[in-house]
Every structure is written in structure tokens, then in C-alpha cells.
Design a protein around this ligand. Sequence first.
Ligand code: ADE
Ligand code: ZN
Length: 350
Amino acid sequence: MLALDDYLRLLPKTELHCHFVSTMSAGMLIAQAERYGVPLRTSDAAELFDYADLREFLVDFEAAHQVLRTPQELARVAYDGVRLAAADGALRYREYFVNPHSFAAVGLGYGPLMDGVLDGLRAAERDFGVGFNVVVAIRKDVTPTEATELVQLVTDTPYPEVVGIGADYLTAEGTEDPARFAEAYALAKRVGLRTTIHAGETPHSGPEDVRAALDVLHVDRIDHGYRVVDDAELLARVVDEQVPFDATPISTTICSGWRLDPEHRLATLIAAGANVNISTDDALFFRTDLGREYREGLVALGVDAATARRLALNGVEAAFCSDDEKAALRARFTGELLALDAMLDPAVAG
Ligand code: ADE
Ligand code: ZN
């Protein structure tokens, strides 16, 4: 008989909202920072990851790009990250945000960057059976022209696993402002790339940022998006249209400044029937992993076993993989869930 905690640990999972550098281990970050002379706030791993807010975290997130400078180092991070997540989080498929502008700051071009990342992820897929795709992320503090040029670069340098465009960070003014990148997203859509964007996450954002992402950028998915619950009409619309939300419970304790309890906006979003899937966002920096997001994050939000199961399956349906890959992933989840559900303690089945 499986208790809830074991059921959530063993539940097969996707992760659609995961920033590549944040799959690095703390040991690797500290060693590489020393190697390249990149200053971190402290070399004590116990204190390194205490952040007051998103902006403070983004300083370290930026530094993490500067400690990876060769395709070999990138491949190692990619491979080791999958090995750990498959073991700790029953990870079956993952999508990675990769920020070329942040790597370019230390001279790493788009080709060597993707060669390294994809080498490691392909090897990990062979060894651990974890499928993947990559979403190139626009830093919101670049100009709209730089963003469009990045989408053009992605288009002109095709890799089969680079399937989408996202946008993270904040603008120089600390806002989310999706509409700034209307031209970049229009180009992405024209060339057949899938689209998503961070919106409705931070204290300075609101439901209007999610609305702009939907109505101006016409994105396929929203990263975070919790603030839609502040607008009843928009909430009803996203439930009706089943817009996928790539939610990351534990990161909201820092980036949004919220406590994980049943009053949390994400709990409201889930209870309203929105199409939510679950990820870590930045496992390294927020001291989390995919298993913890379900076993601690969702449980603190008051989510039961049946709902957690639904959220795991939502991740399959919202993935930016091909129809064939999705059918295979769906079949794999169905088989694993059949066995798991049969073992779940009926008292916690929900
Ligand atoms: N970059 C990495 N994680 C992020 C987040 N949660 N919000 C904005 N930018 C990010
Ligand atoms: Zn994110």
C-alpha cells in the first residue's frame, strides 16, 4: 500500500518550466565559479541561496551563466542534471529554457552553446530515458530589436530539439511587460516555433500581463501566471480555454513573496480547474527538486492525490513535443499510473 508521500514521489512527471543553468549542482556552481574567478555572494552553500526577492536571485542566476564556458562543461551539467532528476523526481520528460544572451556575455556563441547542451541531453536521454526539448529564452531586459534578432538567429540555426521561444528575467524597470516583444513573438509564430512567457509572477505584475501574453503575443502557454486569479473574468476565460500554466510552487515563496498554503493563488487556480502543470523553475537556487514540488509544495497547497495525478498528466498534454513523442509519453504515463493507482492507499486516493 502506498502512502501519499510515496505516491507523489513515484508519480511519473514532466517538467516544462526549468532554466538550464538551474539544473547545475551547488558543488559544480561553486567549483566552476572558483575556476573562472566569478564572484558569488558567498562560497558557503548554506547561505548562498537566501534571496529576498526575484531581483536578488537574478544576480546569482546571471553569474551561473558565467561559470559554464565550454561545450564540455555544458554537456556535463546537462547530463548530471537529468540523472539526478530521474532518480529524485521520477522525471520522464523535460523542457529547458536556455538564455543565449546571458552566455554571450562570456563569449559563448549560440552554436557551441547548443552543441554542448544538446550533446549532454541526448546522452542522458539514451541512458536514462528522459525525453527533452529546448526553449530559447529572451531576457526581458534586452531591447525588442535584440529579441527579434535572437528569434531570427534561432530560425537561421535550426536544431531539431530547439522548438520554442520564451522570455524570463524582468525589464530594466522591474516590470514583466510582455507586449514589448510583440514583433519577436510574431516572428516565432510565423516560423513555427512554440511560445511561452513568464507573466503574472512578481509583486509588480498583474492579470494584465497575462492578458497581454495571450492577446498580444498569442502564446501557447504561460509560465507562472498566478495573478490571473485577481481578475475573475480572465480566470474564467483561461479555465474555459484551458490555457496551460507552467507553475512552480516553491519558487513563489521567493519570487512572488507568498506562503505555501491553501490560500495561495496557485491553489485557487488549480481549484478553479485551470490547466496547471508543475515544475521547479530553478531547483539549484530555490533548494528544490521535482519530487519536492509535489511532496511538499502541492501538499502545502492542499492538493490531493487525484489532483496531483491530473497535474502530472497536464504536463504531458502541454509539452512542446511532436505528436508521436507525446503519444509515446502518454502511453508511458498511463502504464505507470495504472500500477501506481492500484497501490495507493484508498484512504488518501482523493
Ligand atoms: N529566470 C529564472 N527564473 C526566473 C523566474 N522565476 N522569473 C523570471 N526570470 C527567471
Ligand atoms: Zn522561470
